[in-house]
Design a binder for this molecule. Structure first.
Ligand SMILES: NC(=O)c1ccc[n+]([C@@H]2O[C@H](COP(=O)([O-])OP(=O)(O)OC[C@H]3O[C@@H](n4cnc5c(N)ncnc54)[C@H](O)[C@@H]3O)[C@@H](O)[C@H]2O)c1
Length: 366
């Protein structure tokens, strides 16, 4: 997998204690990497990070990315071959309540990571994770391309757009000159993902799983809204794939890539929850309350155009909708209802995912 690019390599993940960071840590451990993490806290309880006992398998630093000195010290100490920068305040609703903290973590945090890379004396290939929400959402029906304008009407989206702008300035000022810079950088933009092990607030699947465990109804805002659902392993495969390519090929330095699902993956929220419920022994049909209202502006659907990733690195998603449902629902079901080792279960899902990608001849499986 990934041409063995991560075997015995030092990989630093910021935001390693979060949902995506925990999945990425588990995958990289399976690929033979020496994993390091930098996060300010464990953002939820329970958390995938603790459920998988990742603290025993990686070298973790509890630090805040808004602290430039700490970020510089850790990056210089680890001297990572690869860096995935994921640490962020990732929730739109929270960004309305905590705008300054969101901007500090997402904009200054990214600036500090780039600054630490600027003064690093070692080779490093870095992937900066922003979001599909970095695009200026003009509510059109077409998919957003990497060349479209960044922006954002809410604080979270604006902070991710701003991180993209800072990235470009750092690239042009310091990392573009391949003679001088040992650091190569890209940004990656993906949309909302689902999968086992997410317990963040204001996300539909965690809300639903928490409700079902307690035998409650789940509160949903827009049961008929359709969304392009995607498993967390799909964009992670894109992040690993572009890291491998960037490490081998200078032409990707300074570029940005979208990683998103096919349009056929779009289903209504109600369909998704009904399908997830089939893996649970619910004594009665799952029930929904759609009385929750939001005071905040909620942007309409934002679709990603992923032709660039397909054209340049031949990246494609691997799971069909049924597998996405099975992977997600069985993970939570086993966590709540069995005594199996969830790290083994997670690694088995990753192996199965790799097998499915291999059967579809997806390039990174080489
Ligand atoms: N989950 C999604 O659907 C989704 C979609 C698009 C983009 N993203 C992006 O992917 C990344 C990871 O998202 P997630 O869902 O895993 O989030 P999460 O909330 O589960 O984890 C966030 C991580 O960042 C760390 N963190 C937050 N602020 C920090 C700070 N100031 N200093 C150090 N660490 C800090 C937390 O400790 C945690 O490890 C984020 O950049 C997010 O914006 C996520």
């Amino acid at each position: 997998m990934f041409k063995n690019s991560f075997n015995n390599k030092k990989v630093l993940i910021t935001g390693n204690t979060g949902f995506k960071g925990s999945w990425l840590s588990a995958w990289l451990l399976g690929l033979g990497a020496d994993v390091y993490g930098l996060s300010k806290d464990i953002p939820t309880s329970p958390s995938m990070y603790e459920v998988l006992c990742l603290e025993d398998k990686i070298t973790h630093f509890t630090e805040d990315v808004t602290d430039l000195k700490a970020v510089k010290t850790i990056i210089d100490k680890v001297k990572p071959d690869f860096l995935f920068h994921m640490a962020a305040q990732p929730i739109v609703v929270t960004s309305y309540k905590e705008p300054v903290d969101t901007i500090l973590s997402n904009v200054m945090g990214t600036t500090n990571v780039l600054e630490a890379l600027r003064v690093l004396n070692n080779k490093c290939t870095a992937v900066i994770i922003t979001s599909d929400k970095c695009y200026d959402n003009v509510e059109w029906v077409w998919g957003y391309k990497e060349t479209d304008a960044v922006g954002g009407k809410d604080i979270y989206s604006g902070s991710k757009g701003a991180a993209e702008i800072i990235f470009k300035s750092y690239y042009h000022s310091y990392f573009k000159d391949s003679e001088k810079s040992k650091v190569r950088v890209v940004t990656v933009r993906a949309g909302n993902v689902i999968g086992g092990g997410d317990w963040a607030d204001y996300r539909i699947v965690p809300d639903c799983m928490k409700a079902w465990v307690d035998g409650d109804s789940v509160e949903i805002r827009s049961p008929k809204a359709t969304r392009p659902w995607q498993h967390v392993l799909e964009p992670l495969s894109g992040y690993l794939h572009i890291a491998m390519e960037l490490d081998r090929n200078i032409e990707f330095n300074g570029e940005s890539f979208n990683f998103g699902p096919d349009a056929e993956y779009s289903k209504s929220v109600k369909n998704l929850l009904d399908d997830l419920s089939k893996y649970w022994d619910l004594s009665q049909e799952p029930s929904y309350l759609s009385s929750v209202t939001s005071d905040f502006h909620e942007a309409g659907l934002l679709k990603l155009n992923c032709d660039k990733a397909l054209f340049y690195i031949k990246w494609l998603p691997s799971l069909d909708y049924d597998k996405l449902i099975e992977f997600t629902s069985t993970w939570y079901y086993n966590y709540y209802n069995s005594n199996i080792n969830m790290l083994d279960f997670t690694l088995a899902q990753i192996k199965e995912y790799e097998g499915i990608a291999l059967s579809k001849d997806i390039v990174w499986t080489n």
